[in-house]
Design a protein around this ligand. Structure first.
Ligand code: ADQ
Length: 471
């Protein structure tokens, strides 16, 4: 068995090589995963690799992006993929197999012949490109479910550098994993990393349980896992946001006039249009809240911003139709000449406007059915006026719930108790709002994006690189 004793002080490190499917061209959009990686690389220097626009033919190797957006702090490059690979790897295996499976929706799996082969081909191409440049002292940081096979391919190619994976989405339920045609491969894919980073302790428990089913995996007394003569660790690193920056954006933002009646409360939701975000349940719960109103009660407005995503995947077309129907029937039942209870906006809205709307809204509804973390919950907290803050209604099923138990936690499937929580949020006395917000704010500011980057990379640095002779 190899010795992977953690070393207390990092020795000389090589460069940081980051891989993510998305890579920004030009200005880095504030917020979200891409911004987090930009921040990490600006601090540490290194190389960021992401997918090129699909083309007819794909060659091996990397193509530098020279847009000046990194300000010289780090380099960017793309790997190529064909149109056909894009369909099989990205729309197919990543977003029609892994995404639904990892979000506890095996019923939505679309297993299509050839998709896994495209995924494997892209993962191998990425691994070959990295193997051509990686030095043993480098740190390789792989992001998300698009690249689960890259580390194994790198090890096959003899790469001994330290490799970390961060999975931004939940880990699947151990039973659901059986629906993956490549179920037997999942454990060796994960075991090829040194650190497998997940969002929450709940995810670590699910991953450990899944790995335990592999007879070749051993759980060691020090908490490490061992497989095939090497050790690795599965740990949680809950992602954060640039809380200072977001709070400043919210303070400076002047959101558009929404023309609500005097004193009428505003609730807000901001999500990509995705079945994992629980939008239909949220609309129905708000409908339930409305149906309990007495005639003279305040006319609350719920503003849901949800731009379309992944519209080439059929499950996303279905959710769009279902949501439009729900909004139509709830508004039909409750709207008046001068009041539309649900305002559903599919248009892209700029982040600084969103920040101002968060600050303007008395309540945020962040109620996914499954979510790795959910950054909107943290952004809403950062955007509030601490002296008169709004109330966060948060689903138990968002990874963020593990850190944010001072929010009003709800079960999004139970529309009645969700409606109760909306009522509680809208009527919460100011002192309670201030106390809950202060607790939430402390966590969001302390465990921010810089903290997340620091703890992940320092953990990866502490791994002793594998000796060259092992391969
Ligand atoms: P996402 O599923 O994309 O991310 P989320 O964490 O909510 O989900 O992050 C979305 C980001 O996009 C937020 O910064 C939000 O403000 C922004 N956004 C959302 N809708 C927007 C809109 N209409 N206009 C502008 N901006 C919008 C994945 C995982 C999450 C995990 C993150 C980070 O699914 O669980 O929290 O990665 O790890």
């Amino acid at each position: 068995m190899l010795d992977v004793t953690m070393r207390p002080e990092p020795e000389e490190d090589g460069r940081l090589i980051v891989v993510s499917n998305r890579i920004p061209r030009g200005n880095v959009p504030a917020g979200g995963l891409v911004f987090a990686l930009h921040e990490a690389l600006t601090g540490a220097g290194g190389l960021w690799i992401g997918a090129a626009e699909p083309t007819e033919q794909a060659l091996d190797g990397l193509t530098p992006i020279d847009d000046g957006a990194a300000g010289g702090a780090y380099e960017k490059a793309t790997f190529a993929l064909t149109d056909r690979e894009h369909r099989g790897y990205y729309l197919g295996y990543a977003n029609s197999v892994l995404w639904p499976l990892f979000h506890h929706r095996p019923d939505l799996l679309e297993i299509t012949e050839g998709d896994f082969e495209a995924y494997a081909a892209v993962n191998r191409r990425v691994a070959r490109a990295i193997a051509a440049i990686a030095k043993p002292e480098d740190l390789i940081w792989i992001h998300d479910y698009h690249f689960l096979m890259v580390a194994q391919e790198l090890r096959n190619l003899g790469v001994t550098a330290r490799i970390g994976l961060f999975l931004h989405i939940p880990f699947p339920n151990p039973n659901d994993v059986m629906a993956l045609p490549q179920v037997a491969a999942l454990s060796p894919w994960l075991a090829a990393h040194d650190i497998v980073g997940l969002q929450t302790r709940r995810d670590v428990a699910a991953a450990t349980e899944t790995l335990r089913h592999d007879p070749k995996v051993q759980i060691l007394p020090n908490g490490s896992l061992a497989r095939g003569g090497r050790q690795f660790r599965v740990l949680s690193f809950p992602i954060g946001i640039d809380a200072e920056g977001f709070a400043a954006t919210a303070r400076a933002s002047t959101p558009p006039e929404l023309q609500l009646a005097d004193g009428a409360p505003l609730l807000i939701g901001v999500d990509r249009l995705d079945y994992s975000k629980g939008l239909v349940h949220r609309f129905k719960s708000f409908g339930e809240y409305l149906s309990r109103r007495a005639p003279g009660d305040a006319r609350a407005t719920f503003l849901q911003i949800a731009p379309i995503s992944r519209e080439d995947v059929s499950a996303y077309q279905d959710i769009r139709e279902e949501l439009e129907q729900a909004a139509g029937s709830i508004n039909g039942a409750h709207a008046d000449l001068d009041w539309t209870p649900i305002r559903y906006v599919r248009r892209h809205i700029d982040r600084d406007v969103i920040a101002g709307l968060y600050r303007r809204a008395q309540v945020a509804l962040v109620t996914p059915l499954a979510d790795g973390m959910n950054l909107v919950a943290k952004e809403y907290v950062a955007a509030q006026d601490p002296d008169d803050p709004g109330v966060l209604v948060l689903s138990h099923f968002a990874g963020a719930a593990e850190q944010m138990d001072a929010a009003l936690l709800v079960n999004p499937f139970d529309h009645g108790s969700f409606a109760d929580a909306i009522e509680t949020a809208l009527t919460m006395p100011r002192a309670d709002r201030v106390a809950r917000h202060a607790e939430l704010m402390q966590g969001v500011f302390e465990e921010d994006i810089a903290w997340w980057t620091r703890v992940f990379l320092s953990r990866l640095r502490m791994v002793t690189p594998l000796p060259q002779t092992t391969y």
